[in-house]
Design a protein around this ligand. Structure first.
Ligand SMILES: NC(=O)C1=CN([C@@H]2O[C@H](COP(=O)(O)OP(=O)(O)OC[C@H]3O[C@@H](n4cnc5c(N)ncnc54)[C@H](OP(=O)(O)O)[C@@H]3O)[C@@H](O)[C@H]2O)C=CC1
Ligand SMILES: O=C(CO)COP(=O)(O)O
Length: 363
């Protein structure tokens, strides 16, 4: 496990509790020592006891020695540099698994794309994991689930077999794009929810943003090749609900501070942990523009971050124009409809068929 923050340490515990032999790499020797000797990570997971068999080191060569599966949980902006440092020590046949939920700011690349560009590796040996996974809840062994996606179902299954235990269930699919973008995009909607929470708006506003946010997430991801069903599953809707509702979410917290009137530099100062959404807004809107996808909620988040939109003016109707007839202003049973409605219809049809066709996230 490369990365000893809240998610890296929690996921290492998931793997170790499932019976795997796990070594965590922490860049700070003192943190590696605390995990190795005291079985604690008091900076990131206060009060949590880590498995006795979990090992830790600040030496990359030792952490990667003989590793069959390498899990990555560092901030997205640092991945490329970390992979370059790790490359010489990687086992040639290792499966590389991204746990990250950001895009690279400079290139707009997803993490699996950064991995494929940086390492000499077949994409079939890359997997990504995403889902409703607030680290501290899982570290306390509260049950949850996630999606393991890889272009190779065999790789996804190999990872899912290891990344599961009594409190953590891994489903598999082959939609890497949808699974990764689900994690990236829900962060942005969670910032929006935090903003309106901070302003003091109530449940109707938040429900509107969650629902219309899912439309934006799905339209965007589908434009880049995702399966709409993925966005209706754990890595989309599931994670959106968890992140939008929880004060444990860093993205939600950052949004709430913005809604309370703090300016971005003060918010960044107050955030002790990685807040991927703040770096993803710009690249996501660039990518949306390139495909002609409208993202009015994400655009409003950008404007609040830039200080050009008063948080209280976030439009509850969440459209880009005042034209009531357009596709963007339709919802539910309206004609046309976006990918998210088609996804729900297809999921509903599958249920009505008595589950003869497999749902996307397969156990
Ligand atoms: N926390 C969560 O609930 C979840 C997080 N994720 C994703 O996991 C990823 C990691 O987040 P998370 O663990 O929460 O973040 P944290 O802020 O908790 O931890 C970040 C970790 O990365 C290390 N780090 C920071 N900068 C660098 C760098 N330049 N090079 C190497 N290591 C670095 C930190 O080390 P140090 O302590 O020395 O600063 C720390 O170990 C993110 O993409 C996030 O979206 C996904 C699901 C759940
Ligand atoms: O991804 C997460 C939950 O699934 C964690 O969200 P935050 O990064 O906002 O804390």
């Amino acid at each position: 496990m490369l990365g000893a923050g809240s998610w890296g340490t929690t996921f290492a515990k998931i793997l170790a509790d499932g019976g795997a032999d796990v070594v965590v790499w922490a860049r700070r020797p003192e943190l590696a020592r605390e995990i190795q000797e005291a079985k604690r990570n008091s900076d990131y997971l206060p009060g949590v006891n880590l498995p006795v068999g979990l090992r830790a080191t600040s030496r990359l060569d030792l952490a990667l020695d003989g590793a069959e599966q390498v899990y990555l949980s560092v901030p997205s902006q640092s991945l490329r540099e970390n992979l370059k440092n790790a490359e010489a020590h990687l086992n040639r046949n290792a499966v590389i698994v991204s746990l990250m939920k950001g895009v690279e700011k400079a290139s707009g690349r997803r993490m699996s794309q950064v991995i494929a560009e940086t390492l000499p590796i077949d994409t079939d040996r890359i997997a990504v994991i995403s889902g409703p996974n607030l680290a501290l809840e899982i570290a306390k062994q509260q049950p949850t689930a996630a999606v393991v996606a890889s272009t190779s179902l065999e790789t996804a299954q190999a990872v899912a077999t290891v990344a599961r235990n009594g409190y953590f269930r891994s489903f598999v699919n082959t939609d890497v794009i949808g699974t990764e973008f689900g994690g990236v995009l829900k962060n942005l909607i969670a910032v929006a929810i935090g903003i309106v929470d901070g302003v003091g708006y109530g449940e109707n506003t938040k429900a509107s943003i969650i629902t219309r946010g899912l439309v934006e997430m799905t339209d965007f991801a589908v434009a880049y090749g995702a399966q709409p069903e993925t966005l209706a599953g754990l890595a989309g809707l599931g994670d959106l609900i968890a992140t939008s509702q929880s004060p444990l979410s860093r993205n939600n917290t950052a949004g709430r501070l913005l809604g309370q009137g703090y300016r971005l530099p003060d918010v960044v100062d107050q955030m002790q942990q990685t807040t991927e959404g703040l770096a993803s807004v710009g690249p996501v809107l660039e990518l949306a523009k390139a495909k002609g996808v409208e993202m009015p909620i994400v655009e409003q988040v950008r404007q609040v971050l830039a200080g050009t939109l008063d948080p209280k003016d976030i439009a509850p109707h969440l459209t880009t124009d005042d034209e009531p007839q357009g596709e963007r202003n339709t919802d539910g049973q309206a004609q046309g409809g976006s990918a998210v409605r088609r996804a729900f219809k297809r999921a509903f049809d599958q249920l009505r068929d008595g589950g003869r066709r497999a749902p996307r996230d397969r156990p």
